[in-house]
Design a protein around this ligand. Sequence first.
Ligand code: ZN
Length: 311
Amino acid sequence: MEDRILGLHHITAIAGKAKSNVDFYTKVLGLRLLKKTVNFDDPGTYHFYYGDEQGSPGSILTFFPYEGAPKGRAGTGVASHIGYSVPQGSLDFWIKRFEQHKVEFENPREKFGEETLPFRDPDGLQLELVVPRATDSRKPWETAEVKANVATRGFHHVTLTLRSVQPTAAVLTDILGYKLLEQNGNHFRFITDAIEHAAIIDLVEMPEGSRGSGGAGTNHHIAFRVKNEEVLMRYREKVAARGLNITDKIDRNYFYSLYFREPGGVLFEIATDNPGFAIDEPLDKLGSSLLLPPQYEGQRARIESVLPKLS
Ligand code: ZN
């Protein structure tokens, strides 16, 4: 089991205003700000990580916020909806909360037999709350307003919208260990039995769909989870053996990563559990100060002066 892909590790999206992003995910949605750092490839931009108390893989949503970034467009070749698992009976709470905070949402609907509440973040990123068929036992992060009985448990699924499902499906099944669970029209649900949660990838086929474009309110990439670097490098060989271009191992400070673009156009990453978010600050202080990787520590004053204010 341990050498398999263990579902989703994290999802990374693009945002506009940094402050609206932090306010929405920490206050309205009640996630923990796990890490406040910079884009390692562009240190004048924040990189925010949100998740549960520990930053457990499968709960981590990250953003690169660019003030004034043009809005992206949903379409084919991108990850579209991000699904969070919530407890049975919590959707009424969320509907009231979304009304109060003027969050854009749609009426709950059933998707593969599960109650689903679609909504959008301030930049238009498409999210969903899902009440899973089986109770999600993951321990949630709790805030004063979003208590454990209603709080998100981590990812339920992510949806990829594609011109053609087959080439992407083959990567999921042949390389990453997923199986087709169910099909409903043009909507295909894949699942891995290597892990209990954050185990679902939905593929939606839109042969005539126009291609999505990156920008605020769109997903940048999705990352699959492996236990450690040894397993990571085994997957590097498997992906390369399929003739797909894959990067060398990259040190992301909190995990090690590989990136490759799957044939449908979505950027996939594979990321390790180690070393985790407590590597540079104690668990009870996660997200409280701006953390820089060693190569940027010498430029801290300048970096802090260009980053947008959050309060
Ligand atoms: Zn990533």
